[in-house]
Design a protein around this ligand. Structure first.
Ligand code: AMP
Length: 610
């Protein structure tokens, strides 16, 4: 802005930096924007998934039929509708059908463990749960009426193909997404049509997607980045290319899909971008126009690798689930000599306030907590009035008495040129592969194990520059417990990305003088093989020896036995990708990623490779 050149460190933040007003249709609902496009381009392909496609007209009519059915089940404004499906065409029909019925969609990720699903279904108490034949038997026992979008389609197909008439305001809910909660259970963040429409209309204004574009849908729908992946292309007549289930973890598959489907726009959290850029065929993904990063800090050194590998644009977006996906944006510069990649400036109709503990603005250059104001601030947390009141506070900077600020818990500062730099967290929330995790939630789950007296979990840099979780544990006297057992204990309670890579036993958890856990005094993980359920068996065959040398190097563990599970030795899904690509480089033989999950020990994997 014209003021920025004059601003120095220590100055008050110029009001111009938050002057983001833009006139978008105020009363739009998300599905209206799609329906308007479906009228403009009925015969254009809207969705592609494996060998199937669906046109705008088909998607519009099918979601209308589903909406009529849902309305008769009692769905309407501000009611929650669960959706538990794998990535598929039906998933998108489901999301739109829920919105058109006036409901708010609530992703219930079928890959989550039963205990977590049970909690989510009980907490959300959806009016209806949409699912698929393959998913239904894997769900825990629950009380919600369910509908299988595939096998029970005949029931829906009798409904009218015309859009239902529903009275729904932009202030009504569009979706609820669960994020990790510090007190042991996830919490549902409620978002309104107004906020998400603002976010999407801003994105179109800023980046101009065209009907020629193809956007990849690979982000799990329980992560809010998926909201723009699904809906942005569908508002402008572009095509949504849906990755196969599980495909989002496999860079080689993604690069193939991008080339085959001529994808132009993708999202990657930075840790996945790093892996993706390692994939040898990435420079051939020549149709890519925009790569969007968000979810965790984008290191300058990764930006450099990106520009060396791809000629397209790289963007750094920032925002929490509580405020309609992203609230700041930055376009990376090839010639940027700075070691900082900022999170940029606020999006349209959004204000960013960086405040001290008394809620006073800090000057340019000073660190403070980032607060979000404006249209995208969500409604709060489902069933959590106290937490909502604590995090969504009255906005002292707005003339509107109803306006609220969301307290992000992020530390940031304004740079003199009007961009914001992200500096970290004020609490124990961390990001692993872009997944938001409250360490307290993992500690709570560990403390439920009878052998554990006390548990402290930290996120630290592990092999391959990836962050990983390490659990420090204090045993109750007289108990014996293996890593195998602890992992299994957690895997029924937490999503796989919340299970620590390493478990370290301490006689005493170090405390600081005030009696709090002294996280800085926790010892560094050693590289000794941990105690597993099965004992150590050395590699015999040459192929086993080759694998064990590779694993030992990648995982930084010594020794590696042939019956040891990759994941019990500290392996993560990212390290599994690194392992398979290193194996391919070494031997010239393909090792598909799924095989590591299917055959997680050296003995099993070697048998498959032979
Ligand atoms: P989520 O609700 O999963 O989107 O997580 C939101 C949190 O992720 C934010 O509060 C930040 O701590 C972090 N985050 C998101 N985007 C960025 C970014 N571009 N740079 C640094 N941290 C980010």
């Amino acid at each position: 802005s014209k003021h920025s050149a004059l601003t120095k460190v220590g100055d008050p933040v110029p009001a111009a930096w938050n002057a983001t007003g833009a006139e978008y249709p105020e009363d739009a609902r998300l599905h209206d924007l799609f329906m308007a496009q479906a009228r403009r381009s009925p015969d254009t392909i809207a969705l592609s998934f494996e060998d199937e496609t669906m046109t705008y007209l088909e998607l519009d009519e099918r979601s209308n039929q589903l909406a009529h059915y849902l309305i008769r089940q009692g769905v309407g404004p501000d009611t929650l509708v669960g959706i538990s499906t794998y990535r598929s065409l039906e998933m998108v029909v489901g999301l739109l059908g829920i919105l058109k019925a006036g409901g708010a969609y609530t992703p219930i990720d079928p890959s989550y463990p039963k205990e977590r699903l049970t909690f989510m279904l009980k907490d959300a108490a959806p009016v209806v749960l949409l699912t698929q034949t393959a998913v239904r038997p894997t769900l825990p026992v629950h009380r919600c009426p369910t509908l299988c979008l595939d096998s029970e389609w005949a029931t829906i197909a009798t409904e009218s193909k015309n859009a239902p008439v529903v009275t729904l305001a932009a202030a009504n809910l569009a979706y609820m997404i669960y994020t990790s909660g510090s007190t042991g259970n996830p919490k549902g963040a409620l978002n309104c049509h107004r906020g998400v429409c603002n976010r999407l209309l801003w994105m179109q204004d800023r980046y101009h997607l065209t009907p020629m574009d193809r956007v990849l849908q690979k982000t799990p729908f329980s992560f809010d980045v998926s909201v723009w992946e699904f809906f942005w292309p569908l508002l402008v007549g572009a095509r949504l290319v849906i990755a196969r289930p599980g495909g989002h973890q496999d860079p080689a598959y993604l690069a193939r899909l991008i080339r085959k489907q001529e994808v132009t726009v993708i999202h990657c959290v930075p840790s996945i971008l790093r892996l993706f850029l390692d994939e040898p065929t990435v420079p051939q993904c020549s149709t890519l126009r925009h790569v969007f990063c968000s979810g965790e800090a984008l290191p300058a050194e990764l930006q450099k690798i990106f520009f060396a590998r791809l000629p397209c644009n790289l963007h750094n977006l920032y925002g929490p689930t509580e405020a309609a996906v992203d609230v700041t944006h930055w376009t990376c510069r090839r010639d940027n000599p700075s070691s900082i990649v900022p999170i940029g400036r606020p999006v349209a109709n959004t204000q960013i306030h960086i405040l001290d503990e008394q809620l006073q603005p800090v000057p340019v250059g000073s660190e403070g907590e980032l607060h979000i104001g404006g249209l995208q601030v969500g409604r709060g947390y489902h069933n959590r009035p106290e937490l909502t009141a604590e995090k969504f506070i009255s906005d002292p900077f707005s003339p509107d008495p109803a306006a609220r600020l969301y307290k992000t818990g992020d530390l940031a500062r304004w740079l003199p040129d009007g961009e914001i730099e992200y500096l970290g967290r004020i609490d124990f929330q961390v990001k692993i592969r872009g997944f938001r995790i409250e360490l307290g939630e993992i500690e709570g789950a560990l403390a439920q194990h009878p052998a554990i007296q006390q548990a402290v979990v930290v996120a630290v840099d592990g092999p391959g520059r990836d962050k990983r979780l390490v659990a420090y544990l204090n045993k109750r006297p007289g108990h014996v417990v293996t890593v195998t057992e602890l992992r299994n204990h957690l895997l029924v309670r937490l999503p796989e990305y919340m299970v620590p890579a390493l478990f370290i036993w301490l006689d005493q958890i170090p405390l600081s003088p005030n009696g709090k856990v002294d996280r800085k005094a926790l010892p560094k993980p050693s590289n000794h093989r941990p105690a597993l359920a099965r004992g150590y068996v050395a590699a015999q065959l040459p192929i086993e020896q080759q694998l064990s040398v590779l694993w030992s190097k990648l995982l930084d563990v010594e020794p590696v036995g042939i019956d040891d599970s990759f994941f019990e030795l500290g392996g993560t899904s990212l390290l599994a990708v690194r392992m398979t690509s290193a194996w391919q480089k070494q031997t010239g033989h393909e090792l598909p990623l799924v095989k590591v999950f299917q055959y997680p020990t050296i003995a099993e994997l070697a048998a498959w490779l032979n």
